[in-house]
Design a protein around this ligand. Sequence first.
Ligand code: BEZ
Length: 259
Amino acid sequence: MTAPPAPHQRWDPDRYRSEAGFVAELGLPVVDLLAPRAGERILDLGCGEGALTSKLVALGCHVVGVDASADQIARARAEGLDAHVLDGRRLRDEARFRAAFDAVFSNAALHWMKDDPDAVLAGVAAALKRGGRFVGEMGGFGNVDAIRRACHAELRARGADPEAVDPWFFPDVADYRARLERAGFAVRAIELIPRPTRLPGDVRGWLATFADCFLTALPQTEREEAAAAIRARLAPDLQAADGTWTADYVRLRFAADLR
Ligand code: BEZ
């Protein structure tokens, strides 16, 4: 669930658990779409601290988790999972993973692999046995648009360039279908799913967990004030009268088979 090329994105497993527990919970339909069978070998790409990796293990699968965050992987290993630090773009260089898996699963991670999504897909294809499945969900076109626009506006107001630090890749159906096909997959299903998501607390917690890269682009002395200003920009759209916050998530969910 956590992956990198975001230059300044840091992951704190404790904060992740308290602010982002819903990520694994809401990822359960993706596990259903994967339809894992006991005994299968599965690669969990962007496994984060391993909440869904554990679910797959509990279903009797042999699961390897990879994630670019050393802190998240340390937490996953402490839970007894077979988990390794790996940048998704380097997957195709891993000889030990060559044609080793019946399926690759990925929840809420691929949108962090902005720099070279095609290299990631080439790695997924290389890791799969022929006919293997790639099933995943990521942020899709329009995902967290209000939050993204507020972060951009606040950075621009402070003289910083938000494009230079924006870490997210939220493709539409046509874009990602074409990439999957170019990587050698037959796409079985792909759809954009708007999924407004109630946050467990204040949007400041979400920003601290997921939008660190915008705030760290500013001088330390401005970050608190900028986070408060982003919150104020978002309140009219995302905060309800009872004070609760709902983020404007849009998922891109897909299932594809290696030809
Ligand atoms: C997502 O899961 O869609 C997401 C999470 C954090 C930041 C951006 C997107």
